[in-house]
Design a protein around this ligand. Structure first.
Ligand SMILES: Nc1ncnc2c1ncn2[C@@H]1O[C@H](COP(=O)(O)OP(=O)(O)OP(=O)(O)O)[C@@H](O)[C@H]1O
Ligand SMILES: [Mg+2]
Length: 282
């Protein structure tokens, strides 16, 4: 279901260079509140680099990124200095993410992984945990955070695996645990980098339902990178396609799926060649 909310994230002419390589060149798009927005493209197209620019891991070479109208990153331009908010500040503002290469506390349980993530929003003093006095901020917040961790485990279908050491979880469940950790900070915008990588078709299908219910239950906006086309086409309201760091196309799943330019970018063949293959097959 597409929802026409206000603008959450805007990328204006975003460019990132690594030495002589332009990983992202002049990319512009915006995401509306409540949307599930897909970012796709062949390997090396610049998708993860865009996530790293949005969450402040990389500084922009040029262009601007705005979150709810506030600039969170901008390259130097027209006498103006570059601006870059730090990743922790951007996370506090409401952008959290998962990683293409899973990042968990491998030797901690599923529950502890989520609880630690929940603690990033705690604000009690340094000595309060030592005193453990009834009615203090620490005691109240601890109770609320533990409750939140349990809720997130339930939501992501991980309650059964609560006490399993995370390295022993099947790959698909580790990805879900990453999402639970990203949700712990109560984001407004959730960035998912290849959440279905390594999942089987059943797991991918359940993930697709989960992404929709997360969006609805948490009133979230979601930006998702994925190579798994069934998931992208099934879950996204709009999709932006990158190729060699440049924008190729933006549209609905139907528009993107039927675009010869997109098919060509993915398959790396010309229309004529594809026809020849098809004719040969018949
Ligand atoms: N820190 C870096 N230093 C130098 N080059 C980099 C760096 N990060 C990314 N690149 C290069 O930028 C380009 C885009 O990489 P990126 O990881 O964003 O692609 P991607 O679209 O996420 O690809 P994939 O689908 O394989 O994950 C690649 O050529 C990559 O080698
Ligand atoms: Mg990537």
């Amino acid at each position: 279901m597409k929802r026409e909310g206000g603008e959450v994230l805007k990328l204006e002419h975003v460019t990132k260079q690594f030495g002589g390589l332009t990983a992202v060149g002049d990319v512009t798009f915006d995401i509306r509140e409540g949307e599930i927005f897909g970012l796709i493209g062949p390997n090396g197209a610049g998708k993860t680099t865009i996530f790293n620019l949005i969450n402040g891991v990389y500084a922009l070479s040029a262009g601007k990124i705005l979150f709810y109208g506030k600039t969170i990153g901008a390259g130097a331009a027209e006498g103006k200095k570059a601006l870059q908010l730090k990743p922790f500040r951007i996370a506090q503002m409401g952008i959290t993410r998962t990683f293409q290469n899973i990042r968990l506390f491998k030797n901690l349980t599923v529950y502890d992984n989520v609880l630690i993530a929940c603690h990033r929003s705690a604000n009690y003093g340094l000595f309060e945990p030592l005193l453990r006095l009834k009615g203090t901020r620490f005691v109240k917040q601890e109770k609320a955070l533990k409750h939140k961790a349990e809720e997130l485990l339930d939501l992501m279908g991980l309650a059964f695996y609560r006490d399993v050491v995370s390295v022993n979880l099947p790959y698909g469940l580790q990805r879900k645990l990453e999402i639970a950790r990203a949700l712990a900070l109560s984001p407004k915008l959730l960035l998912l980098d290849e959440p279905a990588a390594g999942m089987n078709p059943e797991e991918t299908d359940s993930l697709m339902q989960m992404i929709r219910s997360i969006r609805d239950d948490f009133h979230l906006t979601v930006l998702i990178i994925e190579h798994h086309m069934d998931l992208i086409m099934g879950v996204c309201d709009r999709i932006h396609v990158l190729n060699f760091g440049k924008s190729l196309l933006e549209g609905t799943p139907g528009q993107v799926q039927n675009s010869p330019a997109v098919i060509e970018a993915y398959l790396g063949v010309q229309d004529g060649e594809r026809c020849a293959v098809k004719e040969g097959e018949q």
